[in-house]
Design a protein around this ligand. Structure first.
Ligand code: NAP
Length: 324
C-alpha cells in the first residue's frame, strides 16, 4: 500500500466529531491585538480558536469571530472553566458564552485540576495570608467533572475535556467518569513530549492537544541547533517544524500569534520523515527536557518530570502575567 504523504487537517474525537488539527492560541494575545488576530486567522482558513475565561480577552475574541462573517457552525470554539469556578462550572460557562457572543462551545475544558477559593485578595488568583495560592486541597476533581458532564445535557457544550491532567489524575477521574474526556490539553513540545501521557491517552481514546507548541513567549526552543538543521533540510521555518511535529504524531496543536504573517504561516504543516520524527521525539530524553509553563499553585500535578528538572520554583507566565 502506498504511504500517504498527506497530513490530516482534522482529528476525530471519541464523540465522533472532528476537531481541526491546528487552532489559534489566544493566551497573552492582548486587548487591541486579539480581535484582529482572530479575524485574520479566520480569513486565511483557521476554523479553530482556543480560548479561556482566564485569558480575559474572550469578548474581543468574540468580536473577531463575529466580524469574520464565518457562520458559527463552521467554527470550532474552545474555552476553559477557571480554577475559582470548580464549584460553579455552569456559571463560568455562561460568562464565557456571553463574552464570546455565542450560545454553545464546541469544546469546554477544566483548565487545571486545582480548585482555588476566591477571596477578598482576588476573584481569579486568590492568595492566602502567607502569599501562597488559596488552593482548596480537599476538593475532589470528580465533582468538577460531574458538573462538566451535566453541561452536555444543556446543549451549551458539544464536547467536554480536561487540561493539565497527568496520568494519576486521569486514573482518579476514570473511577467515576461517565463520559470519557474528549481531549486533554497539556504542554507538549519537543523539550516536553510526554510520550507516556500521549500513549496513555491514546489507549483511553482521549485526544491530546499541544499547548506552548513553540515554547511560548521567549521560547528556548527556536535556536536549538537540531531544530534549525531539520528546518533547513525541509526548507521551512523552525516554527513550522514544531507545529508540524504535533500533527505528525496525531496531536492537535495550538500555536498563538498576533502577527498576521505568522498566523498565516502557522497553518501550513508538512509531513516529516521518520528520521526527523525520531530526532524530534528523542530531543528531551537526550538531555533537553524542559517545561516552559509551570504555575505556582504549590500543588503536585502528578507529572513526573515536573519537579525532577529543577522547575519547582520557576515563575509561571500563566500565573505571573495574567492579572486578576
Ligand atoms: N491549557 C493551558 O493551561 C494552557 C497554557 C498555556 C497555553 N495554552 C494555549 O496554548 C496556546 C499556545 O501557547 P502559548 O501562547 O503559550 O505559546 P506558543 O504558541 O508556543 O508561542 C507563542 C509565541 O511564539 C511567537 N510565534 C508565533 N508564531 C511564530 C512563528 N511562526 N515564528 C516565530 N515566533 C512565533 C508568538 O509571538 P507573536 O504573538 O508576537 O507573533 C508568541 O511569542 C495559548 O495561546 C493558549 O491558547 C493553554
Amino acid at each position: 500500500m502506498p504511504i500517504s504523504t498527506e497530513l490530516p487537517t482534522s482529528f476525530r474525537m471519541n464523540t465522533g466529531a472532528h476537531i481541526p488539527a491546528v487552532g489559534l492560541g489566544t493566551w497573552q494575545a492582548k486587548p487591541g491585538e486579539v480581535k484582529d488576530a482572530v479575524k485574520h486567522a479566520l480569513s486565511v482558513g483557521y476554523r479553530h480558536i482556543d480560548g479561556a475565561l482566564i485569558y480575559q480577552n474572550e469578548e474581543e475574541v468574540g468580536q473577531g469571530v463575529k466580524e469574520s462573517g464565518i457562520p458559527r457552525e463552521e467554527l470550532f470554539l474552545t474555552s476553559k472553566v477557571w480554577n475559582t469556578y470548580h464549584d460553579r462550572v455552569a456559571e463560568s460557562l455562561d460568562k464565557t458564552l456571553k463574552s464570546l457572543g455565542t450560545d454553545y462551545l464546541d469544546l469546554y475544558l477544566v483548565h487545571w485540576p486545582v480548585r482555588l477559593v476566591a477571596n477578598e485578595t482576588s476573584p481569579l488568583f486568590p492568595t492566602n495570608p502567607d502569599g501562597s495560592r488559596a488552593v482548596d486541597r480537599s476538593w475532589n476533581q470528580q465533582e468538577t467533572w460531574r458538573q462538566m458532564e451535566a453541561l452536555l445535557e444543556t446543549g451549551k457544550v458539544k464536547q467536554i475535556g480536561v487540561s493539565n491532567w497527568s496520568i494519576p489524575y486521569l486514573d482518579h477521574l476514570s473511577e467515576t467518569w461517565k463520559v470519557v474526556p474528549a481531549v486533554n490539553q497539556v504542554e507538549l513540545h519537543v523539550y516536553n513530549p510526554q510520550h507516556d501521557l500521549v500513549n496513555y491517552c491514546r489507549e483511553k481514546g482521549i485526544l491530546l492537544e499541544a499547548y506552548c507548541p513553540l515554547g511560548s513567549t521567549d521560547s528556548p526552543l527556536m535556536k536549538d541547533p537540531e531544530l534549525l538543521r531539520i528546518a533547513k533540510k525541509n526548507g521551512v521555518s523552525p516554527a513550522a517544524i514544531l507545529i508540524s511535529y504535533q500533527v505528525n504524531r496525531g496531536v492537535v496543536v495550538l500555536p498563538k500569534s498576533v502577527t498576521a504573517s505568522r498566523i498565516t504561516d502557522n497553518l501550513k504543516t508538512i509531513k516529516l520523515d521518520e528520521e526527523d520524527m525520531k530526532t524530534l521525539n528523542e530531543m528531551a530524553a537526550n538531555g533537553k527536557q524542559q517545561r516552559v509553563n509551570t504555575p505556582l499553585f504549590g500543588w503536585d500535578l502528578g507529572f513526573h518530570d515536573w519537579y525532577d528538572v529543577g522547575n519547582k520554583d520557576a515563575p509561571s507566565p500563566d500565573a505571573v502575567t495574567v492579572k486578576a
